[in-house]
Write a protein that binds this ligand. Structure first.
Ligand code: TPP
Length: 333
């Protein structure tokens, strides 16, 4: 990767951080966004590293923690913010909220809050790509909690059996709401090893190292594209804020202040900046410039969202989006 490519990864993480921190403040202070919100603050390296390894024609699906993968895949920012404000200008017509984002033009196929729900949807898309013989790949983000759903296991089995072009991306942020893996599964349980049991490739990566995530994702995506079968990436990371909502919650109820602080020390943006400092001593100035740029950008998106109308209640039962074929968006790839 060139230094420019690596800077691009850092820039994309800064953009997502800036958008989410702004939205979290507004969510708390204004009380105008009434959708549940699951922020990825602290987890940006997973979405950015993986999505940068995909082509525009590949399709990404996600679970409820959806803003970061949506933005990393190139989803429209004003349409995301308008969706959070419940406006008809939102990406799901103001009917879906934060957990139901979609941007077909960008190759973001959709997100949903039922754990595991989008995993078989991604496998279905990959099956369609395989049947059509097109060199496209489906990717699906989900948490460690979702790996306990039956749909996860059925999907892995089916994808491995048919060698489908799908990449399973498990963001292991250590908790399912307030339960660590150790409270949910027998000792020694390992998510990536379970994938090996289905006969697919799988790897476990430091999910706060955007460069490592990107390298692993490129290998996984290109191997899937070459029809060598699916791949599961388990990416270790950590959410800084509460499970749902804008607040900090290191009050000791299920995790300690010291634990949260230890992960903040491993901030993916800070670590990436440190790694690049030798090659680019101006990295901190760059980050400050990007922050200012993105603060303006998200401010404009918020203005757009506030100016929009709410959907008409009589349209409530109409589909916000027509059913979409998973047609390739127009573009270079
Ligand atoms: C089938 C189902 N069961 C339970 C829930 C309630 N629920 C919402 S989020 C969540 C935890 C998800 O944890 P994980 O998959 O690790 O993702 P994270 O929130 O940590 O990103 C649970 C249990 C749900 N949405 N769907």
């Amino acid at each position: 990767m060139t230094i420019l490519d690596r800077l691009r990864l850092v820039r994309d993480m800064v953009r997502i951080r800036c958008v989410e921190e702004t939205l979290a403040d507004l969510y708390r202070d204004e009380q105008l966004m009434r959708t549940p919100t699951h922020f990825s603050i602290g987890q940006e390296a997973t979405s950015v590293g993986v999505c940068a390894a995909s082509r525009r024609t590949d399709v990404v699906y996600s679970a409820h923690r959806s803003h970061a993968p949506y933005l990393a895949k190139g989803g429209d920012l004003p349409a995301l913010v308008a969706e959070l404000y419940g406006k008809e200008t939102g990406c799901a017509g103001g009917r879906g909220g934060s957990v139901h984002l979609v941007d077909h033009a960008a190759g973001f196929g959709g997100s949903a809050a039922i754990l595991g729900e989008m995993i078989p949807v991604a496998v279905g898309a990959a099956w369609a790509f395989a049947m059509e013989g097109t060199p496209r790949v489906a990717l699906t983000f989900f948490g460690d909690g979702a790996s306990e759903e039956g749909a996860f296991h059925e999907s892995l089995n089916f994808a491995a059996l048919h060698r489908l072009p799908v990449v399973f991306v498990c963001e292991n942020n250590q908790y399912s709401i307030a339960s660590p893996l150790s409270a949910r599964q027998p000792p020694g349980t390992s998510i990536w090893r379970r994938a090996l049991g289905y006969g697919m490739r799988a790897s476990r990566i430091d999910g706060n190292d955007v460069f490592a995530v990107h390298d692993a994702a490129r290998t996984a995506v290109e191997s899937a594209r070459a029809r060598h079968g699916p791949h599961l990436l388990e990416l270790d990371t950590y959410r800084w804020r509460e499970h749902v909502g804008p607040n900090w919650d290191e009050d000791g109820a299920y995790r300690t202040h010291a634990e949260v602080a230890s992960w903040i020390e491993r901030c993916p943006i800070h670590s990436a900046a440190e790694a690049l400092r030798g090659e680019d001593p101006t990295i901190d100035d760059r980050i400050d410039t990007w922050r200012a740029e993105f603060t303006d950008e998200v401010g404009r998106a918020v203005d757009f969202a506030r100016a929009g109308a709410f959907p008409d209640v009589t349209d409530l039962l109409l589909g916000a989006c027509e059913p979409q074929p998973i047609a390739a968006p127009a573009g270079r790839n």
